[in-house]
Design a protein around this ligand. Structure first.
Ligand SMILES: Nc1nc2c(ncn2[C@@H]2O[C@H](COP(=O)(O)OP(=O)(O)OP(=O)(O)O)[C@@H](O)[C@H]2O)c(=O)[nH]1
Ligand SMILES: [Zn+2]
Length: 199
């Protein structure tokens, strides 16, 4: 599978079906699907849903492999404050926040932009924050085979804000560490750097 399948192709395959189901839901909640403001809403909603779940059609390992370079740099590389938007698999409501990723190379570095790209690949699916964290971690570990890798995600969940328990300020933090980051000293250096403005 090509790492970037065009969204147009994807849409052509299934938009009609998703659109019709959105129309049924809008009808079921008591709205008039024929009023002007809603005429194109099922189609727009279907496109938005396909956009937000396009990660199923993308291959994160291929994206990383497309920009791996031999290099003898042996220090920590950190990309922090990567914005992420995902959908919780329980309510299909957004959760959003930041991902922080670090790795210590083992002969290869990776193009920096590829780290936010793989965050998007896994975030654009129905997710729980824990699995999202682990998938990013495992993908980097298995593909780049670094000396170590660390991922921290901080996110707010709309299903806890707009409905349910209705807590507006709670933030959920998940993390995962492999290889050298399992050592306390390395992990602490990473955690210190992501909480400073200087990293
Ligand atoms: N662990 C985890 N839980 C999540 C995530 N996103 C949403 N949830 C939780 O999934 C749970 C689903 O619980 P249920 O009791 O089946 O659903 P519910 O009746 O809608 O629960 P409330 O949100 O408490 O009203 C809730 O506690 C949500 O807060 C996530 O990324 N990770
Ligand atoms: Zn939820």
């Amino acid at each position: 599978m090509a790492p970037y399948q065009s969204l147009e192709e994807y849409n052509l395959e299934i938009t009609d079906e998703v659109r019709d189901r959105y129309a049924s839901i809008i009808d079921e909640i008591g709205e008039d699907t024929t009023r002007e403001g809603l005429l194109k809403t099922p189609e727009r909603a279907a496109k938005a849903m396909l956009f937000l779940t396009q990660g199923y059609k993308q291959n994160a390992a291929e994206i990383l492999k497309s920009a791996m370079f031999k290099e003898s740099y042996n220090e920590m590389v950190i990309v922090k404050d990567i914005e992420l938007y995902s959908l919780c698999e329980h309510h299909i409501l957004p959760f959003f926040g930041k991902a922080h990723i670090a790795y210590i190379p083992n002969g290869h570095i990776v193009g920096l932009s590829k780290l936010p790209r793989i965050v998007d690949v896994f975030a654009r699916r129905l997710q729980v924050q824990e699995r999202l964290t682990k998938q990013i971690l495992d993908c980097i570990n298995d593909t780049l085979r670094p000396q170590g890798v660390a991922v921290v995600i901080e996110a707010s969940h709309m299903c806890m804000m707009m409905r349910g328990v209705q807590k507006q300020n709670s933030v959920t933090t998940t993390s995962g560490f492999r290889g050298t980051f399992e050592k306390e000293e390395t992990r602490n250096e990473f955690l210190k750097l992501i909480s400073s403005d200087l990293s």
